[in-house]
Ligand binder design. Structure first.
Ligand code: SAH
Ligand code: SF4
Ligand code: F3S
Length: 433
């Protein structure tokens, strides 16, 4: 009998990847994708614990799903990082949930589903199993899109003082290069033209001698693969090999998400980032020497405990010095169990709001400038999907800008020169060159 599965994904791209793999793990049990939770026999919430708001969303979503459970007997599962961090709390607050599983146990989902239906109770699996889930997952079968994610590294040993990831994802682990290459070949055979390598600390990858730079070179040999990206990288793990790959591997795209969090040395130290603001400036110089057209993106936290006006000014200075193509910025959110949450000098909410607004205004200006600079130029666009209007295709520039242009459907999956005619804040419009 065919059954239907609906997965709702929160958080980072690693969760997006995990959701796709969970669907594959459950496919042999007869689960096909559902259009909506209402049409599903099983709903999985794949959750994120990074900030308080992200975690709270899970409980409100569960409240909305509860009637489905009561009326249709829908199996409800909570996966991901909230499940890992608060498994018991979920079962206490939402006892109608059937399965709670962490990010390292989803290869066991079929068994959990069977147990939940037998027992009628709860299944809670949030250990960090000794066996590696990647060794137990089926080979990727789903047809990927033009762009695909590929997790190569998981977990984190860095313990930034604000962050839950080392607790929710566990210790750093690199998949062996041969596994990664096999999965990459399958994805490319299935139609993917661009791969984004994923990891919480992706450039700490050590599944091959020579690290991420060496892996990128091996991947670049795959025929049919046009573009390689990776995210999220840490400033402390950019080694010579990776710099050289940026200089020498044309398939490696000239866009790098390199979170810095703050421009104040005092705050960077309190965050346990283990580098100074000038180290970041120097690193960006070296990256731009290796690849002169490299564009940068970053993450920023405002209102970390103890952040003064002067610290915040230092962050604005760093942003002006570097010039970012885009960035994400957040108000500091105290996370239970992390060292920073226990610090006394918490910054008042109103000041966080104010600083965030100032920072986002500056970043938006930089993004608008960066986009405006492409107007009149011809850029290579990988077309990924149909555009919003008939007769259009949409894709990305090498610098991850969204671009749309009038184009015939047979250009889907192709890298095509497009002359940029106009730039908005979030996308560019052009014509085939
Ligand atoms: N591994 C990545 C970050 C993963 S979390 C890195 O080291 O950069 C993604 C982003 O969420 C972080 O870069 C940070 O800017 C933000 N973040 C993490 N914990 C946070 C917290 N407690 N409050 C606010 N933002 C946070
Ligand atoms: Fe979190 Fe820091 Fe690890 Fe990034 S490096 S996942 S911010 S602890
Ligand atoms: Fe969120 Fe977990 Fe990713 S906390 S950001 S889903 S690693």
């Amino acid at each position: 009998m065919s059954k239907k599965l609906y997965i709702k994904t929160y958080g980072c791209q690693m969760n997006v990847y995990d959701s796709a793999r969970m669907a594959e793990v459950l496919a042999p049990l007869g689960y096909a994708p559902a259009e909506s939770p209402e049409a599903a026999d099983m709903v999985i919430l794949n959750t994120c614990h990074i900030r308080e708001k992200a975690a709270e969303k899970v409980f409100s979503e569960l409240g909305r799903l509860r009637p489905l459970k009561e009326q249709r007997g829908t199996v409800l599962a909570v996966a991901g990082c909230v499940a890992q961090a608060e498994g018991a709390e979920i079962i206490r607050r939402a006892p109608f949930v059937d399965i709670v599983l962490g990010p390292q146990t989803y290869h066991r989902l079929p068994e959990m589903v069977a147990r939940a239906s037998r027992a009628g109770g709860h299944v809670l699996e949030t250990d960090f199993p000794a066996e590696e889930k990647f060794d137990h997952l089926p080979e990727t079968k789903a047809a990927p899109g033009v762009t695909a994610f590929l997790t190569i590294q998981e977990g984190c040993d860095k313990f930034c003082s604000f962050c839950v990831v080392p607790y929710t994802r566990g210790a750093e682990y690199s998949r062996p290069a041969e596994d990664v290459l096999r999965e990459a070949r399958r994805l490319v055979e299935g139609g993917a033209r661009e791969l984004t390598l994923l990891g919480q600390n992706v450039n700490a990858y050590h599944g091959i001698e020579g690290g991420l730079g060496a892996l990128v070179r091996r991947l670049a040999e795959i025929e049919g693969l046009a573009r390689i990206r990776y995210t999220t990288s840490h400033p402390r793990d950019v080694d010579e090999g990776l710099l050289a790959a940026h200089a020498e591997v044309p398939k490696l795209m000239p866009f790098l998400h390199l979170p810095v969090q703050s421009g104040s040395d005092r705050i960077l130290e309190a965050m346990n980032r283990k580098h100074k603001a000038d180290d970041y400036r120097r690193l960006v110089d070296r990256l731009r020497t290796a690849r002169p057209d490299l564009a940068l993106s970053s993450d920023f936290i405002v209102g970390f405990p103890g952040e003064s006006d002067a610290d915040f000014e230092a962050t604005l200075r760093l942003i002006r010095d570097i010039g970012f193509a885009q960035a994400f910025s957040f108000k500091y959110s105290p996370r239970p169990g992390t060292p920073a949450a226990a610090l006394e000098a918490q910054v008042p909410e109103a000041i966080k709001e104010e600083r965030l607004a100032v920072l986002q205004r500056l970043l938006a200006e930089q993004q608008a400038q960066f986009n405006a600079a492409t107007v009149g130029r011809t850029v290579e666009v990988l077309f990924e999907k149909e555009g919003r209007h008939p007769g259009q295709l949409a894709g990305r520039s090498p610098w991850l800008q969204a671009v749309h242009a009038p184009a015939p459907p047979d250009l889907l999956g192709r890298v095509v020169p497009v002359r940029i005619a106009s730039a908005g804040r979030n996308s560019l419009a052009g014509v085939l060159a």
